[in-house]
Design a binder for this molecule. Structure first.
Ligand code: FES
Length: 72
């Protein structure tokens, strides 16, 4: 990641194979047209489409990256 001249980190970070991290206040418009405001200093937005609580990342991307479950 390139450091900005003002020393601040970017306010949007894209995690490889994972969520988009938003820093600070943002308003997100969901696919259904609802607007959701970020409430915490850092918020993880799902980019994989697998979350059970959109638009937020719930960690499902980690399971999807492992592939289908194996049978014993
Ligand atoms: S990016 Fe984490 S659940 Fe989709």
């Amino acid at each position: 990641m390139t450091q900005r001249p003002d020393g601040d980190d970017p306010d949007i970070l894209l995690c490889p194979n994972g969520p988009m991290i938003l820093r600070g206040h943002h308003v997100i418009r969901t696919e259904e047209g609802d607007e959701v405001e970020t409430e915490r200093p850092f918020n993880a937005v799902c980019r994989c489409g697998g979350t059970a609580r959109p638009p937020w990342c719930d960690g499902t991307h980690k399971v999807l990256a492992r592939g289908p479950a194996r049978r014993r």
